[in-house]
Design a protein around this ligand. Structure first.
Ligand code: ZN
Length: 77
């Protein structure tokens, strides 16, 4: 790579408009957007839905254990 070519590359890097990266795949997208495509948006929505469901399952299991412990404590006092 010649010196002038290097200089041009640096100039191009400076000229890249403000941008952000897709939350899912990391692709460069215009600023203000979160996802590069509908597919990535759906992927992220599905993931957060699954995370929420997992959280509720854990919560349910925790409550069940608590109730069982209360029943056991009440029965054997
Ligand atoms: Zn993406």
């Amino acid at each position: 790579m010649s010196l002038s070519e290097k200089k041009r590359k640096v100039k191009e890097a400076v000229l890249i408009p403000p941008h952000t990266h897709c939350k899912v795949c990391g692709k460069a997208i215009p600023e203000g957007q979160i996802y590069c495509s509908k597919e990535c948006r759906e992927k992220d929505l599905n993931r957060s839905k699954r995370d929420k469901r997992t959280m509720w399952i854990f919560y349910g299991v925790f409550m069940a254990i608590l109730v069982v412990m209360l029943i056991v404590a009440y029965t054997f006092k």
